[in-house]
Design a protein around this ligand. Sequence first.
Ligand code: GDP
Ligand code: MG
Length: 440
Amino acid sequence: MDLGKKLREALSRLTGKPYVDADDVKALVKDLQRVLISNDVNVKLVLSLSKKIEERALKSEKMESLSLKEHVTKVVYEELVSLMGHSYVPRLDKHKILVCGLYGSGKTTTCAKLAHFYKGRGLSVALVAADTDRPAAQEQLEQLSKMVGAAFYTIKGEKDPSRIAAAALKKSKEDIIIVDSAGRNAFDGALVEELRSIADIMKPEERFLVVSADIGQIAGKQASEFNSAVQLSGVIVTKMDGSGKGGGALSSVSASDARIAFIGIGEKTADFEPYNSEKFVGRLLGVPDIGALMEKIKEISQDTDLKAIETEELTFESFYEQLKAAKKLGPLSSVFSMIGAVDMPKEIVQQSEEKMKKYEAMIGSMSKTEKKDASLLKNSQSRIARVAQGSGCSEKEVREFLTQFEKMEKMMGMFKRNRGFRKKMEKMMSGGIPDLKKVG
Ligand code: GDP
Ligand code: MG
């Protein structure tokens, strides 16, 4: 997320200073304005945010225990959270969900993500294909339902989506019933009719509108339109991973009469989470969001080993294990930023499978002591030559691996110096909740 990097830069200019005065706060607010507006956040929203930050940062309620720097950071954090809206708590009782939205917003994918989400919480799920516009849409959902292990209902050839919904309701015994509906190029009366007729029959407890983050602040307008037509219970913002306008989408929906329920952060079914504005802003500002990471880790802990993140020493083996585990976690950059390693060099985390195999072979060709002490290799041409020969790689490739490892070592060093990170980690391991409000 581009927004995050720029925000962190703006904030770090401030936190890098020995002390903070009014001019610094004004400069920070200017930076923030630029960043938010380039992220398609509405200008009026940005101005009112700036005003609040300036007022609060310079005048009010500084807590004794905070330095001015910490105080300003806290104010920025809190005001951004309020700009980005309320958090959503998913209901986990038996219920029915209607998913709607325009073409290509990510409805069908989102239905599968919802199914995966509720299944992961012990609920049985049925997916219902009521998009009768495109025959391929039914097949797409059928395939996805197999993938996530959800029941699937539709009536091939049926043109009336409300009949499909009615038949599915009759047959299904599942806890959660998710109905995928047809889109349009634009919001129109025919779509409203169609959605109302489905809703009349299925009486969904949740009505979710799916919008793509790349439409920026238009998301707010769409949310209002759909909300007045079919009374949304929430908006799902997809493609947060690939858009430079995510901030605009989130803030505009929050300012509308609808609210955000979930966000999609990648193409895979697990790239999805209930919307939590504190978590989101924490991530933007580079506060380690350990809670979100732990949720993901729990999901995949059966087949993945992430112990490297906890270990004290970075060795070749733990580096490799960590890369391997992190690759399984989905969009790497977001995972690394969640654990506090913000803006990890892309070339480290985007290793190809081919390279990973080579790394494994290189590590296999190292002696026990070399595996534990990277400097042995770094300083010895003959050791490098031996590892290259043993692994069938070139010496250049071995050196490349050493360079990657060194960069990672530096990152880990920053990690450890990151005040409070280890404490939070320990606290979380013993079940406590990290205090995200204490940024600084
Ligand atoms: P629909 O027409 O609204 O049903 O949209 P689809 O579910 O078919 O999705 C359209 C495209 O968006 C597909 O290629 C999806 O893989 C992609 N997509 C959906 N959600 C996300 C997301 O959160 N991130 C990314 N990167 N792609 C997504
Ligand atoms: Mg679809």
